[in-house]
Structures are given as structure tokens and as C-alpha cells.
Design a protein around this ligand. Structure first.
Ligand code: GDP
Length: 628
């Protein structure tokens, strides 16, 4: 090769950022649509490039990836910007819509020519929220029991995740559906899935306690979702109750009581004494009538949301779904998230079997092949095969998206550096719970823990049901901790975990789990040290000793000087010697371990001899900084 050719080759190798590869470039605005979980190969396909060349370009941008690895939006964004393209990630919703359209499933009911006449009034769906201990659970029980008193068949209600009650309003019997998981965590987790389940929120505020942090959080969530609020002022049976104060406090949050000229209904209740429950239900119905147009077409294939699901030993996957439109029938082929199956049987909250369930009716459904997650949408498919295919396609899309998210994003320099410094630390978790709602809520809360950038929390697997061998295997591979919420380990699994050294922790209270994980994360953080000044001394005289070197005859000006502590010497504010050690310390002729402020002493700094009268000796030590 000629010198010139070699030189050219070398220059090409040195070409900035692109590594000298040829890639078709965009004009800076050329849009590229990518699905979640796409890889470089997918990108290459869209711009007619060689996937390997994109690997090279990305490498030169400081990131390493294989051609087929799922990447996240940020990574694509960086790459696209370099090459003159703009990335548009297809949203999960759009992706799913496209998927369903491909199966000829009409999402809006428009094609069927649905008109106003097809819509019938449906009950409101209500969620109870509020601060802990303000009586949410008790209120849900009182409402459920109020209905039993009114003569509902069955009497005993079972917890299936939601229930329906009836009440009299203006002489008409009106039904209301209650989501039986109190609190805004579940509400938010479902909303994060894109499921808008709740029509109206009951905000419970204890009259003896007042507006508390979670009260505000709950009302923020409801207002953000555009959900009207009815305030239940609870515990009015207590002597210390001050219902007027609650009304006054909440005006600050735009909840002005009707009696004060606002449009929010406040109802005084006592969940404990079953007082005011009817008025509360009436207020919910009236608020719904005034603020919302709750109608749905009952005469079509059902569509709705999974509220709760679990794996039952005898019955398999059991899911409570809320029908939002259409009517669900026994025998329907359904898809719920990535679960599918045929409705084998349906039960209401009283354990009665149902053949059909219309809008706003919660039903427990048997027959799914796997457990959906809380907030997963469900729909009726034309047949079993379609149901299965939709479920499988969704699962594949989800896996790809998850892979993209899971990939650690770190630049090459960061990576080596971080490794060297031992800075990258990841806490891997496997979450198992009895119901999907709890798992969702837990995951959500855990991912919100903020401990800075140095520690990473990854949830490598989550699921419903007992902790299985598979979970332990996963934990072994990824060095994870398993968190079991209201679940046990399957037989012999504990043994296996023990053998593999896998930590399994059991909880029945979500915030306990969160607390522990937070502590673990903080414990994993490398301790941070800070310099703490111990004392200063001023040099008054310098004694020269052939045996000990120079000795600084000093007076301690602040704190104390301790033998063996770290020291530095300053002259006119300039550091002359740092990281020295107080080698010897004497009071008159005697060795001292410490000398306090105001006292004179002789200080020897080992071999450091550059001492002058007027210099300052400062001593310090490194202390571990507590984490807040
Ligand atoms: P949650 O955390 O909001 O679900 O609150 P709970 O429903 O568990 O209630 C918390 C505590 O308040 C329990 O000890 C209840 O018995 C009590 N409580 C709930 N409602 C009332 C009420 O109307 N009056 C009184 N005196 N106590 C109540």
C-alpha cells in the first residue's frame, strides 16, 4: 500500500464520531417511526442502512449494543440526531390499537354505527381514597353492609375486588359500583396502565384529624384524572370531631362545599356507626348525574378492565373484571392484557353465578389461561384463536419493550470508570404477590424510591402467586432479592433458596416492604466521607531538634489537637503541607494524647520541617456522612 492510502485509511479510522462508516443520512427532520423495543436492525431497515454500520456509529457515540438488541428511546434519539433523523416512538396504545385493527376489532363501536339510542345509563364506578386510618376500609365495609341490610340476596359478600350496591334516590333505585381496594395507589397504578376505571372518587377525611398528606395526594390524583370528588367527613361520632374544619381546610384545594356556595358535596358519616351512608351514596349519584354522562351500549361485545386477579389452586387464574361497555357472556373468548381464554363461569360478589354482565358490573371470571394484571384492558374476541394470537402478540411486544427498558444505559467512559470505582450497584428484585393489584402498587411505589444516581433498582420479574422454583432461579442468575407480599413459598422452594443463598422477604404491609427496600438501597450506597475539622493551633516558636525534626511550639486556638490525627500547615491561608500526621504531641516535657483550646503544646509533624512562627496547624479527620 502506498503511504497515501495508508494515511487515508488512518484518517478514516480517526473520523470523528462516525467511525468512518457510510450511513444514509436524513435532512434533520426525516421522521422514523419505531415500535417500542426496536433494535438497531429495525432502525437500519427503515433507513436502508447496514445494521453493522449503525452498531459502529452508536459505538462511537459511546454506547455499545448489538444489532438485534432492544434499545430505548433515548439511545435511538442520540443516534438519530447524529444521522439527521427524528425518532417517533409508537406509543403502547397506538401499537395495541394497530394490533387490534389488524384483527378487525372495532375499538370505538363507530363502525357498528353506534348511535345515541344505543346508549343506556350505567352505574357510576367509585373509588374510596384518603389518608391512612381515616376509615376507608371501614367505610367500604359499611357501604357493602348497608346494602345487605336492604335485602340483597346472598348476604355475605366476598372480596372480589369490586362490588355493586343499590340505593334509593328520588324514589328510583340506583346502582353504584365500588372498587374494593381503598387508596390512590391502586387507582394510580391502573391509570398508569391507561385504564380509567373510576368515575367518582369518595375522599374520606377523618373529622378528628383533618386534611393530611395522603388526603392531598389523593385529591391531586383525582383532580389530575378529572374525576369528580365527593367528600365523606368520617368519624363524626367522635367527641373531637370537627366537620366544619374539614370543609374549611378543603376550600384551599378547590373543594368548596355546596353549603358554602361551591359545588362539592360533603357528607358527614360514621363508618363505625353506619351513619350517613345512605346520604353519601345519594351524594355520589347526584354528583354523577350533575357532572357526568354515564352511558354505555350494553348490546355489543364486552370491553372493560381487569381489577384484580390471582391464581387459585383449584380454579386456576381468577380475574375480577369490570365491564365498561357491552355485555360479557359465559362462553365468550376474551383477552385481558396478555392473558386469554374462554369465560367458563362468572360470579358476582355474593358468589352467585351469572350468565351475563353488563356495563359497570364487576364479575369474577374463570377460564383465563394466565393471570392478567390490574388495569389490563379486556375485550371479547371473535374466537379462541384470535384471542390467543392477540395475547401472544401483546406479550411479544411487551417483552421487547421491557428488554429495551432494562438495558443499562451507560456510556463507555462512564462504564469503565464506574466499574473501577465500584460505583455501579444494582439492587435486583423479584416481586410476588397474592393479587395483581398489590404487586402493581408495590412495584409502583418501589420505583418511586429516590436514592440518587449511584444505585439502581431493577424489578426483574413480577407476578401473582406463590414464590416458585422459577423465581428463585431467576433470583440466582441475577443476584436478586425476592419480595413476597401475602404469599408463601411453594414446597421445597425455601430449601432451594436457602441453598442458593437467596434472600426471600415476606410482607403483608406495602409500606413495610418499601421501607426495607429503601433502607437496603441506602445501605448499599458507598459510604460518603466528609472532612471534619478537629482543631487549629498557632505556631509561636519553632524548636529544632536533630532527633525529632522541627517541633512547633504552639497554642491551640480552637477545638483540640490530637495525637495521630491528620494535619495540614497553612501560611497566610495557603496550604504548605497536607495529609500530615500529628506525630508527636507534648505538654511541657510529657507526651499528651490531646491538648485543648487555650493550652500550649509542642507539635511534631514527622519529617515535615517547613515550619515558621505564625503558621497555622489544622487537624482534621474523615467522617462518614449520614444519609438523609
Ligand atoms: P383506612 O386506613 O383508611 O382503611 O382506615 P380503617 O378503615 O382501617 O380505619 C382506621 C381506624 O379508624 C379503625 O380503627 C377504625 O375502626 C376506625 N374508624 C373508622 N371509621 C370510624 C368512624 O366512623 N368512627 C370511629 N370512631 N372510628 C372509625
Amino acid at each position: 500500500k502506498s503511504k497515501r492510502a495508508k494515511r487515508q485509511e488512518f484518517e478514516q479510522m480517526q473520523a470523528p464520531s462516525l467511525g468512518g462508516v457510510q450511513v444514509p443520512r436524513g435532512d434533520g427532520n426525516t421522521a422514523i417511526r419505531l415500535r417500542r423495543g426496536s433494535s438497531l436492525a429495525d432502525f437500519a431497515d427503515k433507513i436502508d442502512a447496514n445494521p453493522a454500520s449503525l452498531v459502529t456509529v452508536l459505538f462511537h457515540l459511546g454506547e455499545m449494543a448489538t444489532a438485534t438488541q432492544s434499545l430505548d428511546e433515548d439511545t435511538f434519539g442520540t443516534l438519530a440526531a447524529e444521522l439527521g433523523y427524528v425518532i417517533e416512538m409508537v406509543s403502547a396504545e397506538d401499537e395495541d390499537r394497530e394490533l387490534l385493527e389488524a384483527f378487525d376489532i372495532d375499538l370505538e363501536g363507530e363502525e357498528a354505527g353506534e348511535s345515541d339510542d344505543d346508549l343506556a345509563a350505567r352505574p357510576p364506578v367509585v373509588t374510596v381514597m384518603g389518608h391512612v386510618d381515616h376509615g376507608k376500609t371501614r367505610l367500604l365495609d359499611a357501604i357493602r353492609n348497608a346494602d345487605v341490610v336492604s335485602g340483597e340476596a346472598g348476604g355475605i359478600t366476598q372480596h372480589i375486588g369490586a362490588y355493586q350496591v343499590k340505593t334509593q334516590v328520588d324514589g328510583n333505585e340506583r346502582a353504584l359500583t365500588f372498587i374494593d381496594t381503598p387508596g390512590h395507589e391502586a387507582f394510580t397504578a391502573m391509570r398508569a396502565r391507561g385504564a380509567q376505571v373510576t368515575d367518582i372518587a369518595i375522599l374520606v377525611v377523618a373529622a378528628d384529624d383533618g386534611v393530611m398528606p395522603q388526603t392531598v395526594e389523593a385529591l391531586n390524583h383525582a383532580q389530575a384524572a378529572g374525576v369528580p370528588i365527593v367528600v365523606a367527613v368520617n368519624k363524626v361520632d367522635k367527641d373531637t370531631a370537627n366537620p366544619a374544619k374539614i370543609r374549611q381546610q378543603l376550600t384551599e384545594y378547590n373543594l368548596v362545599a355546596e353549603e358554602y356556595g361551591g359545588d362539592t358535596m360533603f357528607v358527614d358519616v360514621s363508618a363505625k356507626q353506619n351513619m350517613g351512608i345512605d346520604s353519601l351514596l345519594e351524594a355520589v349519584v347526584l354528583t354523577a348525574d350533575a357532572a357526568l354522562d354515564l352511558r354505555a351500549n350494553p348490546n355489543k361485545d364486552a370491553r372493560g378492565v381487569a381489577i384484580e386477579a390471582n391464581l387459585d389452586k383449584g380454579r386456576g387464574a381468577v380475574a375480577t373484571v369490570l365491564v365498561q361497555s357491552g355485555t360479557l357472556h359465559v362462553g365468550d373468548a376474551i383477552v385481558a392484557g396478555t392473558a386469554h381464554g374462554r369465560v367458563r363461569a362468572m360470579f358476582d360478589e355474593h358468589g352467585n353465578t351469572l350468565k351475563a354482565a353488563g356495563p359497570a358490573r364487576p364479575v369474577m371470571v374463570l377460564g383465563l389461561t394466565s393471570v392478567p394484571r390490574a388495569g389490563d384492558g379486556f375485550l371479547v374476541a371473535p374466537d379462541d384463536r384470535t384471542a390467543r394470537q392477540i395475547a401472544e402478540k401483546r406479550e411479544a411486544a411487551e417483552r421487547a419493550a421491557l428488554l429495551a427498558k432494562r438495558r443499562k444505559r451507560i456510556s463507555l467512559e462512564d462504564f469503565t470508570q464506574a466499574l473501577e470505582q465500584g460505583k455501579v450497584e444494582t439492587l435486583n428484585l423479584v416481586l410476588k404477590g397474592d393479587v395483581s393489584g398489590a404487586v402493581e402498587a408495590l412495584e409502583d411505589a418501589l420505583l418511586k424510591i429516590n436514592v440518587g444516581d449511584e444505585v439502581d433498582l431493577r424489578i426483574i420479574h413480577r407476578g401473582v402467586g406463590a414464590i416458585t422454583q422459577n423465581d428463585v432461579n431467576l433470583a440466582t442468575v441475577d443476584n436478586a432479592i425476592i419480595i413476597g407480599f401475602n404469599v408463601k413459598t411453594a414446597e421445597r422452594v425455601a430449601e432451594l433458596a436457602d441453598r442458593e443463598g437467596i434472600d426471600i422477604r415476606y410482607y403483608s404491609i406495602i409500606y413495610k416492604a418499601i421501607e426495607d427496600v429503601e433502607a437496603a438501597l441506602k445501605g448499599m450506597l458507598k459510604p460518603e466521607y466528609e472532612e471534619v475539622q478537629l482543631g487549629t493551633a498557632e505556631i509561636r516558636e519553632v524548636f529544632r531538634s536533630s532527633k525529632f525534626g522541627n517541633i512547633a511550639g504552639s497554642i491551640v486556638r480552637s477545638g483540640e489537637i490530637r495525637r495521630n490525627s491528620k494535619a495540614r500547615v497553612l501560611r497566610d491561608g495557603v496550604v504548605l503541607g497536607d495529609n500530615l500526621t500529628i506525630d508527636s504531641l507534648k505538654r511541657f516535657k510529657d507526651d499528651a494524647t490531646e491538648v485543648r483550646e487555650g493550652f500550649e503544646c509542642g507539635i511534631g509533624l514527622g519529617s515535615f520541617n517547613d515550619l515558621q512562627v505564625g503558621d497555622t496547624i489544622e487537624t482534621w479527620e474523615m467522617r462518614e456522612k449520614p444519609r438523609s
